[in-house]
Design a binder for this molecule. Structure first.
Ligand code: UFG
Length: 342
């Protein structure tokens, strides 16, 4: 059974390809390598003993997308990760984000209709909830106005998919709303590899600890939370990857309750920035240099998931603890630096 993973050399994509191959699926990765490296394919092969097919492709290019699907008519399901994801950049370059994230989705959906491909898992985000009025946040909580063009692309993409599944009854879709994925594969062969200065907390912590960054800036300690720093629902990337396999299996076996379903993927537990730092210091034995600075514009104060629906309906539950997440991220950072003589 062949699964197309767009953005399959990226952070969440690569971990998902590993889990799919471990489950016996044949995977074809299509990625334009704009924010990932081709070496990831070698690492996936090392971990699983099987080399996924790879094609360099940008799905926002209509003609090339059609050509690709024309010669790959045997795809049973698509997992669509390929998208730009830097919140700050999206504010500066909104059209780049709308163009890339939405054209690629529209091209893929058109090809699904054209070539009779029935199933798509969409990579969405808890960003669609903004700062929820009630915590934990469940799937039927109201969608708030997006904080950034990036967040808006996720909201609009979900609407595009919903409308397509209404008009085209034989297309099934599952949108997975991720909370904050961190950590890396236990082999430390794949992990999060941000280009340039990381925006996200975990890679900034590990890069500071290894000496690549001088200190971590903690954005604000005057929030209405127990220690004053923001709270997020951090989830191990391998737990997240496994949920994608279950979603694919659900669609292939027609187990869905409707042809457009939405699931929160989180642990259900929130941790503050200082708690993440403490966990990291404990598992690594490194004292992290950090300074409390001004709040970062656009940050929500606190958000964590009600993951009951995914737990009950998918039979999936995030298993890994915060310490396992921070340790695996640290092991990956060390292994990556060693391999590249950094
Ligand atoms: N933080 C710091 N210092 C840093 C980086 C982050 O203190 O250098 C703090 C942030 O203020 C926030 C927390 O760490 O409180 C997590 O920040 P991240 O940037 O790691 O994650 P966000 O919650 O801001 O964003 C993530 C994804 C987005 C997604 C969003 C959904 O990066 O793609 O979750 O809420 F849209």
């Amino acid at each position: 059974m062949k699964i197309l993973v767009t953005g399959g050399t990226g952070y969440i994509g690569s971990h998902t390809v590993v889990e799919l191959q471990n489950k016996g699926y044949d995977v074809i990765i299509a990625d334009n390598l704009s924010n990932s490296h081709i070496d990831v394919v070698d690492s996936i092969e090392k971990i699983t003993g099987k080399r996924p097919e790879f094609i360099k492709l940008d799905f926002s290019e209509t003609e090339n997308t059609y050509k690709f699907f024309e010669s790959n008519k045997d795809i049973a399901a698509i997992i669509h990760f390929a998208a730009y994801k830097a919140v700050g950049e999206s504010v500066e370059k909104p059209l780049k984000y709308y163009r890339n994230n939405l054209f690629s989705l529209i091209n893929i959906l058109n090809c699904m209709k054209e070539f009779n491909i029935r199933n798509i898992v969409f990579s969405s985000s808890c960003t669609v909830y903004g700062q929820p009025d009630k915590l934990p946040v469940s799937e039927n909580s109201p969608i708030k106005e997006a904080f950034s063009p990036y967040g808006n692309t996720k909201q609009i993409a979900e609407e595009i998919i919903r409308d397509t599944t209404i008009s085209t009854k034989n297309i099934n879709s599952i949108a997975l709303r991720y909370f904050n994925p961190i950590g890396a594969h236990e082999t430390a062969l794949i992990g999060e590899l941000p280009l340039g200065v990381p925006n996200n907390l975990m890679p900034f912590i590990t890069q500071t600890a290894i000496g690549k960054r001088e200190f971590l800036r903690v954005f604000g300690n005057d929030y209405n939370t127990p220690d004053g720093t923001c709270i997020r629902d951090y989830i191990h990337v391998v737990d997240l990857a496994q949920a994608h396999c279950i979603a694919v299996d659900r669609m292939l076996n027609n187990k869905g309750k409707s042809n457009f379903e939405i699931f929160n993927l989180g642990t259900g537990k929130g941790y503050s920035v200082l708690e993440v730092i403490k966990s990291f210091e404990k598992v690594s034995g490194v004292k992290l240099k950090y300074k409390i600075v001004e709040r970062r514009p656009g940050d929500v104060e606190k958000v964590w998931a009600n993951a009951d629906y995914a737990n009950n309906e998918l039979g999936w539950k995030a298993k890994k603890s915060l310490d396992e997440m921070t340790l695996s991220a640290w092991n990956w950072e060390k292994a990556y630096n060693k391999k590249n003589n950094l």
